[in-house]
Write a protein that binds this ligand. Structure first.
Ligand code: C5P
Ligand code: MG
Length: 244
């Protein structure tokens, strides 16, 4: 199933050698690090008049997506858009969708894709940045297809934090963020949704050669050292070839 998932465990060293290693690992550079490819004719989103560089960040609940996104923001200047945070913000605004979103999150289920994609689109369009981490999205095939229809562009790369289930449960139960869904019953449902709906999407990107699988175990620093080469390679490419 994970035939084409790229492992970063051997991807270390300077930006230039990181680039070479990533290429050996099967990542399609021309596509992944170009801002021009796979944009629909309509070119629907373009902050600052440029096509943005989009990274999807996937992994189960507690796999470290949010923590690592914060590190990428700090080191490489990306804007972090967490689909979960956008939905929680929508609940706090008391808009018409708020109650539906809250109930869906409480049940650990997936909010209708149009709702989530519109929030992501609005956040991208209102940003002055042109490089984004979209965390916790797409959660299912319907999310993925709706994003492509509304945004008109596939992601440039997809990170997947791979972490054993017991470790993820331990992290979620100990993080104390006051979330309505960080309880054992909802976590069980979220893990079920992850396996049945999210893994097929992850596999889809693996088949397309866009997925970078990262070992999500260890300390925050250890995991970030596995993430760093991806963005060092991107920065090298953008500096030397003028892409996003
Ligand atoms: O990613 P995070 O753990 O913050 O997501 C919390 C919840 O938000 C999910 O369990 C799900 O109910 C909802 N969500 C969603 N669609 C997404 C991302 C999150 O419905 N793409
Ligand atoms: Mg999160």
């Amino acid at each position: 199933m994970w035939r084409r998932v790229t492992s970063l465990s051997t991807v270390i060293g300077s930006s230039k050698s990181s680039l070479l290693n990533l290429r050996q690992a099967g990542v399609n550079f021309r596509e992944a690090f170009s801002s021009d490819v796979q944009t629909s004719a309509e070119g629907r989103i373009s902050p600052k008049g440029k096509t943005p560089f989009i990274t999807f960040v996937l992994g189960g609940p507690g796999s470290g997506k949010g923590t690592q996104c914060a590190r990428i923001v700090e080191t490489f200047g990306f804007t972090h858009l967490s689909a979960g945070d956008l939905l929680r913000h929508e609940i706090s605004l008391n808009r018409e969708n708020g109650a539906m979103i809250l109930n869906t999150i409480k049940e650990g289920k997936i909010v209708p894709s149009e709702v989530t994609v519109k929030l992501i689109k609005r956040a991208i369009e209102s940003s002055v940045n042109d490089k984004f981490l979209i965390d916790g999205f797409p959660r299912c095939e319907e999310n993925r297809v709706t994003y492509e229809r509304i945004i008109g562009k596939e992601p440039n790369i997809v990170l997947f934090f791979d972490c054993p289930q017991e470790e993820m449960v331990k992290r979620v139960l100990s993080r104390n963020q006051g979330r309505v869904d960080d309880n054992i019953d909802t976590i069980k449902e979220r893990l079920k949704v992850f396996k049945t709906l999210n893994l097929p999407v992850i596999n889809y990107y693996a088949e397309k050669g866009k997925l970078l699988k990262i070992n999500g175990t260890g300390t925050e620093d250890e995991i970030f050292e596995r993430v760093r080469p991806v963005f060092s390679a991107w920065r090298y490419r953008s500096k030397h070839f003028g892409l996003v």
